[in-house]
Write a protein that binds this ligand. Structure first.
Ligand SMILES: [Fe+2]
Length: 289
């Protein structure tokens, strides 16, 4: 039987350099949304659904049925719009099963109360490594690709893999590994696993930072990454990668939206509960990071 073709539409958010993907099975009209963005202005504390509404408009125009709302990981640079999309369209919210490890770390950092479950139960489904699932007639597989965070997943759908923050475009390299639970050697091994896939496998990324001012792009192939990735091209050893990554991470600033993002995304994108005046608050831990 020929492999059903998938249709991919990607949405770039310039404010956070994040790419969200809509993956459609044109035959059944089933779709998945991967790594959506809830806009957040840290100066005013206002959230907005403008970015997610662009995706929503396409879902309606395509007359698509949302089966899955997927997160590759607990993002530290943007808030997730997964709950808003789920409210509009239904679908099941999924992330990797090691989310519990991330929730334990950040639950401690933010001194979240007993109402914050640390077992991933805010999500509808926790994917195991190698687990198969479907989007309409499309065959998909969840791959545990830790390193940037301990719970990072990649989703292989048809001939494309949505790699989250493992690899970036070849001219930008790889994701940082200095967040709690991150590890450069672990990321190297995850990347090797992705680069062992067939050479023409398409790799869809979660971010692009337009090095040298080029236009944003978010798709490459295994062959392209093996030949040209500035951090992990063929021939780079685990030792060399870990030394480079650790040195580079030491120079990077904390992402502007890290504290807001993490305390929302650890709750599957739900904002913290309102206080008795009806207002929701984010916390800033002082001298704790
Ligand atoms: Fe990330």
């Amino acid at each position: 039987m020929p492999m059903p073709t998938l249709q991919i539409e990607s949405f770039f958010d310039p404010a956070t350099s994040t790419v969200s993907h809509l993956v459609l099975d044109p035959d059944s009209r089933a779709c998945a949304v991967i790594d959506s963005v809830l806009d957040f202005d840290p100066k005013s504390g206002r959230t907005s659904t403008a970015s997610a509404e662009r995706i929503a408009a396409r879902i309606r125009a395509l007359d698509a049925r949302v089966e899955w709302i997927l997160e590759t990981h607990v993002h530290a640079d943007h808030l997730s719009a997964a709950p808003w999309l789920q409210q509009q369209f239904g679908g099941r919210l999924g992330i990797g099963e090691h989310i519990a490890t991330v929730q334990a770390v950040f639950g401690r950092l933010f001194n979240a109360g007993r109402d914050f479950a640390r077992d991933g139960s805010q999500f509808d489904h926790l994917f195991r490594d190698g687990e198969h699932f479907t989007i309409g007639n499309l065959q998909a597989e969840a791959l545990h690709t830790p390193g940037h965070t301990p719970a990072c997943m990649s989703y292989r759908i048809g001939d494309a893999v949505f790699v989250g923050d493992t690899l970036f475009m070849p001219d930008y390299g790889s994701a940082r590994c200095d967040f709690p639970g991150g590890d450069a050697r672990t990321l190297y091994r995850s990347v090797q696993r992705l680069l062992a896939l067939p050479p023409d496998t398409r790799l869809l990324l979660c971010h692009d930072y337009s090095p040298g001012g080029r236009a944003p792009c978010w798709e490459s192939t295994v062959a392209d990454q093996r030949a040209h990735n500035i951090h992990v091209h063929e021939g780079v050893s685990e030792e060399d990668f870990a030394a480079m990554r650790t040195a580079r991470d030491a120079t990077l600033d904390t992402p502007v939206l890290m504290l807001p993002s993490v305390q929302v995304n650890m709750r599957a994108g739900h904002l913290p509960p309102a206080e008795d005046n009806g207002v929701r608050y984010l916390k800033i831990p002082l001298d704790a990071l």
